[in-house]
Design a protein around this ligand. Structure first.
Ligand SMILES: [Zn+2]
Length: 102
């Protein structure tokens, strides 16, 4: 949010660069895909999030884990990285209660 309507949820080139720089600083082991052993990763173009799962459904309106993804070019295996931990996003407001809010 807070972005132009033409790029909803997309990482800007600056954010992609920050993601890449952060990744280089933390990725210590081999960089090949654990599934197909090819080393060819692509950044996802969008922020994604993992919603909270409870009793057979995801919890609408709950807090979630905003992430950016890295996709293996060869087999599609996807890595999720928490966008808050890498300072790409600031944490959203905490919600208290499971109702309709406000
Ligand atoms: Zn792969």
């Amino acid at each position: 949010m807070g972005k132009g309507a033409e790029a909803i949820g997309e990482l800007t080139p600056e954010e992609k660069a920050q993601f890449a720089e952060w990744l280089h600083s933390v990725w210590k082991g081999p960089k090949e895909c654990p599934i197909c052993h090819v080393e060819s990763w692509n950044q996802g173009d969008h922020f994604v999030y993992a919603p909270i799962y409870y009793q057979g459904a995801f919890v609408a309106g709950s807090v979630a884990y905003p992430s950016v993804i890295l996709i293996c070019d060869n087999c599609g295996y996807t890595l999720f990285f928490n966008a808050v931990i890498m300072d790409l996003l600031v944490p959203g407001p905490e919600k208290t209660g499971a109702g309709n809010g406000s």
